[in-house]
Design a protein around this ligand. Structure first.
Ligand SMILES: Nc1ncnc2c1ncn2[C@@H]1O[C@H](COP(=O)(O)OP(=O)(O)OP(=O)(O)O)[C@@H](O)[C@H]1O
Ligand SMILES: [Mg+2]
Length: 338
C-alpha cells in the first residue's frame, strides 16, 4: 500500500516537475517567437525600403528613357520640323512687316495698339518656332567668323519691338567689330532668350535692361567676382578655355528685376526648370542657350542678388589675328573692371 502511495506521490512530484519544465520551455518558446517576429519585422522593413529604392530607381530610369525617346523622336523629325517652321515663318514675317508698315502710316491711337499687339504676338510665335528650329539644327551647325557686335545691334532692334511698356533699354555697345567663330543664328537666339527672361522678371519688379559688349583680358576674367560663380560649363572646360585664350568678348544682359534665389541659381541651366506658370515658360530658354554656348567653346555665367537684379554674361574667346585691338584693350581694360 505504502509502496502504491509512494508511487502516486512520486508520479505527482514528477508531474509537477514536468509541468514546471513545460512552462519554462513554453516561456523560452515565447521568447524565441518574440525574437523571431522582431527579426521578421526588421527584415520586412528592410525589404520595404529596398523595394521603395528600387521603385525610385525605376522611375528615374523610365523618366530618362522617356526623355531619350523624346529626344530621339525630335531628332528624327528634325527635318520635318524645319520644313514646317520654314512654311510658317514666311507668312509670319509678311504679317509682321505689314503691321509695321501700317504703324508707320500713323494710324488712330486704338488701331496703333492693335497693330502693336499683332506685332507682339507674331514675335512670340516666331520665338517659339526659332526655339524648335534651334533643336532641329543641332547637327547642321555652320560656324563662320563674324562680328558678334553687329548681331547684338541687330538683335537689339528685335528686342526693342517686344519691350514691355515702362521698361528702358540701355545699350553700351563696343565701338569696333568683335570677331568670334560661330553660328550667328544660334547666337541671336541667346540674346533673345536673355532679353525675354529679363522682361518676364521685371514684370514683378524693375524697369531697366542694360545690354553691353566689350573686350576683356584674361586678368579680368580670372579676377574673383567679375564672372558669376554659377555658369554652364564644367569647371574643367572653363579652366581649359582660360588657358587657351588671352582675350574675350564679354556680352552682358543686366536687369534690376527681382533677382534669382541662391537655391535656384544651381538649376536655371537645367532643361525644364522654370518658376513661371505652365503657359508662360517651358524652362528651355537657358538650357538651349547653354547648349549653344557650350558648342561655341564659350561660357554663360550669372550673377544675381535677390531684390537687386540679375546679370547674365556670355564670354566668347575673341579672334584677333592682326592684334588690332591691342591699343583699345589697354584703354578699355581699366574701364571694364567694374
Ligand atoms: N533675368 C532673370 N531674372 C530673374 N529670374 C530669371 C531671369 N532669367 C531666368 N530666370 C529664372 O530662370 C528660370 C529658367 O529660365 P529659362 O529661360 O530657362 O526658362 P523660362 O523662361 O522659365 O521658360 P522659357 O524660356 O522656356 O519660356 C526662369 O523660370 C526664372 O525663374
Ligand atoms: Mg526663358
Amino acid at each position: 500500500m505504502s509502496h502504491t502511495l509512494n508511487t502516486v506521490e512520486d508520479l505527482e512530484q514528477e508531474n509537477i516537475k514536468l509541468l514546471e519544465e513545460l512552462e519554462v520551455s513554453y516561456q523560452n518558446l515565447e521568447l524565441v517567437v518574440e525574437q523571431a517576429s522582431k527579426e521578421k519585422e526588421i527584415a520586412y522593413r528592410e525589404l520595404q525600403d529596398n523595394f521603395e529604392a528600387l521603385q525610385r530607381s525605376y522611375e528615374e530610369i523610365s523618366n530618362k528613357e522617356n526623355l531619350l525617346v523624346h529626344l530621339e523622336k525630335l531628332s528624327s523629325i528634325g527635318q520635318f520640323i524645319t520644313e514646317i517652321i520654314h512654311e510658317l515663318k514666311n507668312p509670319l514675317t509678311i504679317i509682321s512687316a505689314h503691321a509695321e508698315m501700317a504703324l508707320m502710316m500713323d494710324p488712330p491711337a486704338e488701331l496703333q495698339e492693335q497693330l502693336r499687339q499683332i506685332s507682339k504676338q507674331v514675335m512670340r510665335l516666331s520665338g517659339y518656332l526659332n526655339r524648335f528650329r534651334s533643336m532641329a539644327y543641332k547637327s547642321q551647325e555652320d560656324f563662320v567668323l563674324f562680328d558678334v557686335n553687329k548681331n547684338l545691334i541687330e538683335s537689339m532692334s528685335t528686342i526693342e519691338m517686344i519691350i514691355p511698356k515702362g521698361i528702358k533699354l540701355q545699350k553700351e555697345i563696343f565701338e569696333l567689330p568683335l570677331m568670334i567663330k560661330g553660328d550667328q543664328y544660334q547666337i541671336n537666339q541667346i540674346f533673345l532668350n536673355l532679353a525675354k527672361n529679363a522682361f518676364d522678371a521685371m514684370k514683378t519688379n524693375g524697369n531697366l535692361l542694360r545690354v553691353s559688349s566689350k573686350v576683356v583680358l584674361l586678368d579680368w576674367v580670372e579676377t574673383g567676382g567679375n564672372v558669376g560663380k554659377h555658369y554652364c560649363l564644367s569647371p574643367a572646360k572653363w579652366n581649359r578655355l582660360l588657358t587657351e585664350h588671352k582675350q574675350f568678348v564679354l556680352i552682358e544682359f543686366e536687369d534690376n528685376g527681382p533677382g534669382i534665389d541662391e537655391e535656384n541659381l544651381d538649376n536655371i541651366f537645367q532643361a525644364f526648370f522654370t518658376t513661371k506658370d505652365r503657359d508662360k515658360g517651358t524652362g528651355l530658354g537657358l538650357s538651349i542657350s547653354s547648349d549653344i554656348v557650350k558648342r561655341h567653346d564659350a561660357n554663360l555665367a550669372v550673377l544675381s542678388q535677390p531684390g537687386i537684379g540679375t546679370r547674365f554674361q556670355i564670354i566668347f574667346p575673341m579672334i584677333d589675328k592682326e592684334n588690332m585691338y591691342e591699343d583699345i584693350i589697354l584703354r578699355t581694360s581699366t574701364m571694364v573692371g567694374m
